[in-house]
Design a protein around this ligand. Structure first.
Ligand SMILES: *[C@@H]1O[C@H](CO)[C@@H](O)[C@H](O)[C@H]1NC(C)=O
Ligand SMILES: *[C@@H]1O[C@H](CO)[C@@H](O)[C@H](O)[C@H]1NC(C)=O
Ligand SMILES: *[C@@H]1O[C@H](CO)[C@@H](O)[C@H](O)[C@H]1NC(C)=O
Ligand SMILES: *[C@@H]1O[C@H](CO)[C@@H](O)[C@H](O)[C@H]1NC(C)=O
Length: 470
């Protein structure tokens, strides 16, 4: 993708009313890029036939959202060629602050310095979403790609030839406190007798799979399964009577992109006031994790349907993306208010996941993107053009006026730094690549989705911290 160098370094949010031709072109290129990556993800559904899981039965419906757990899948393949010699640590966490706050942990970390131990409720003083990435070879990754059979082949980067494993070795370190380490035993205990559900788009599905990968090792093969029923994928941990689920609803509201397999490619339409269409499938869930963003970014306007998709003459209006997004957020809050008992359940909302489609954004003036990137961005204020600040403002606005307790996972900034963590070209392709593409890997790199293990495990560590130590 050829993207012109934007004329100045100050990135204005897209609410600017007049766009320079350069910015406009860049924006268009970004949209094309997003369309290619998200539909690339969607098309592959058409080319896969799902295979039954070890414990699945004949009741599996024909429409399937996601590649299943097929424990044999990975083991049949030759081992991935990633056994690079380990690299000495080039960057370590500087323990130069004399005191550490340990969010939620009641034990003291064994360091030479005195740790400030913050118990339950003590994380208030520390913004866990503000911090830096530290390379930590001894504690990362939290699991191996090859030992988690639930990762879709769109996210198994090592299996698809990624030459480095650097992206797996970074740990998030908030300024002023430490994240509690992810304890899978404790998390499974928390889920005992409960349903946890991720609702949203393919990025939320990535986080869902990451959560399953973080936990499944503790469950013997005969006591776990993953099955897909149209829009719903369910991972079951029998001994815990617990499920971790994913529900496909890229706009949360009803839309013409809701089919779990075939989403319409152009001309997306969202129906106003339709949250119950999907919401009835979320009722009774104990831990809900919502996201929605990328599908709204079609250009400047969004088509909103009033009335029903079955109406012969459809009443469709165009709305500014921000207004349409605000409408959806409010619908979600209203749904939560009506259907969730805050004494029994928890609701999370994950902010937008950034893309890295143009390397000029981080000061690399070649016409590159996330392809061939192996290190995080170091500029603490880095923010790419793909993540609309105007949408972030809408989120802040809507949540600040809400009485409904929703825990906001503000993962955008910390993920902005991770240009190295995308699947890039190291994923199952939904159609054979052309010679032109092969000659120019940048042209088909997926700079939207993330390799697993990787960045999204950190989103779950943050979720874990907020869930167990609210
Ligand atoms: C994880 O949690 C379990 C259950 O509370 C506890 O027994 C175990 O010691 C914890 N593991 C670590 C490494 O802290
Ligand atoms: C299993 O969990 C569900 C909620 O997900 C609950 O309704 C049911 O009573 C539980 N069953 C047992 C045997 O604990
Ligand atoms: C990938 O990056 C390395 C190191 O930054 C560079 O030497 C190499 O030319 C790059 N390869 C391509 C195909 O861009
Ligand atoms: C999320 O974090 C970013 C960067 O730290 C910040 O600019 C933004 O205001 C936060 N969003 C909300 C809704 O608080």
């Amino acid at each position: 993708m050829k993207v012109p160098i934007s004329s100045s370094s100050n990135r204005k949010s897209s609410s600017t009313s007049r766009l320079s031709p350069y910015l406009l072109f860049g924006l268009l290129a970004f949209i094309v890029f997003v369309v290619v990556t998200i539909y690339g993800e969607d098309f592959r559904c058409l080319f896969f036939t799902q295979q039954p899981t070890a414990t699945s039965n004949k009741l599996q419906p024909p429409l399937q959202l996601q590649l299943p757990a097929d424990p044999v899948h990975h083991h049949n393949k030759p081992p991935p060629h990633h056994d690079l010699p380990s690299v000495p640590i080039t960057k370590t966490e500087k323990d130069d602050d004399m005191r550490h706050k340990v969010v939620g942990e009641t034990r003291t970390r064994k360091t030479d310095h005195q740790d400030e131990v913050v118990g339950v409720g003590g994380s208030a003083g520390c913004d866990v979403f503000s911090g830096k990435w530290v390379r930590d070879e001894s504690n990362r990754p939290l699991y191996e790609e090859s030992e988690c059979p639930y990762i879709q082949p769109q996210l198994t980067c090592q299996e698809h030839g990624r030459p480095d494993k650097e992206y797996q070795l970074w740990r998030w370190h908030p300024h002023g406190c430490s994240l509690p380490s992810f304890n899978a035993t404790l998390m499974l205990e928390k889920l005992r007798g409960k349903r946890m559900m991720f609702v949203g788009d393919s990025l939320n599905r990535g986080q869902y799979v990451s959560m399953v990968c973080l936990l499944h090792r503790l469950i013997p093969d005969h006591a776990k399964s993953m099955q897909t029923f149209e829009s719903l994928t369910v991972f079951r941990a029998e001994e815990y009577n617990a499920t971790i689920e994913f529900y496909w609803a890229p706009f949360l509201l009803e839309s013409n992109s809701d089919n779990a397999v075939i989403h319409r490619v152009t001309d997306r339409i969202v129906r106003k006031g339709s949250i119950n269409k999907h919401g009835r499938h979320w009722e009774g869930v104990d831990i809900l994790v919502f996201n929605t963003y990328l599908w709204w970014i079609t250009g400047s306007k969004m088509k909103i349907l009033r009335g029903s998709f079955d109406d012969e003459r459809k009443d469709i209006i165009e709305m500014e993306t921000e207004d349409a997004y605000r409408m959806a957020m409010k619908s979600m809050l209203k749904w939560v208010e009506k259907n969730v008992d805050p004494k029994k359940s928890r609701v999370f909302f994950t902010s937008m996941s950034p893309s890295h489609g143009r390397s000029v954004d981080w000061g690399d003036d070649r016409n590159g993107n996330c392809y061939n990137q192996t290190t995080p961005i170091e500029d603490p204020s880095y923010w790419g053009v793909g993540s609309r600040k105007s949408i972030m403002r809408v989120i802040g606005d809507v949540f600040s006026k809400s009485k409904v307790p929703i825990t906001f996972l503000n993962i955008t900034q910390l993920s902005e730094y991770r240009k190295d963590a995308h699947t890039s070209i190291y994923k199952k392709q939904w159609s054979p690549l052309t010679p032109e593409q092969l000659a120019n890997p940048v042209s088909y790199a997926d700079c939207t989705h993330w390799c697993l293990p990787g960045l999204q495990d950190t989103w779950n560590e943050l979720l874990y911290a907020k869930l167990l130590y609210p």
